[in-house]
Design a protein. Sequence first.
Length: 159
Amino acid sequence: MKIAGFNFTKINAEKKNNSFENLKIDTNMDISEVKEVSTDFFKAKEELVSFEFTFSLDYSPDVAKIELKGVIILALDSKLVKDILKQWKDKQLPPDFRLELLNIILRKSTLKCFQLEEELNLPLHIRLPRLTQENPSQENNLPENNEQNQEQEPGNSAP
């Protein structure tokens, strides 16, 4: 699977108030349309398929909302394309493929949401890792001048 194109077609972010009491952030992702793309631009064995999606964050109760809509175009094996288009008639996608597609959308959309959350001074929807102070008593447990660690390489003399 190769990403042939990715772009946001709609970016909407609205902050309604600054009260973050009892804040709950809901994330939603949806694939709304799947269609084959015909082009003379790419001359490859793979076929192009377009996926329209929506990614939204809802800060409740009535604090803020971020909505992203976009299109991702993937270059895929023709056998997989037939399977995708066949299953999409029932609004389904092959499970392994669906997971991979949603992970791409999640990664790209999350980065855009981080930027919007920063600009609107909203709490991040995903907890980022934090650095913490290392406990000084743990440092003393490290083997420093242990005899086992002081083996000499051949040709080197000991001090």
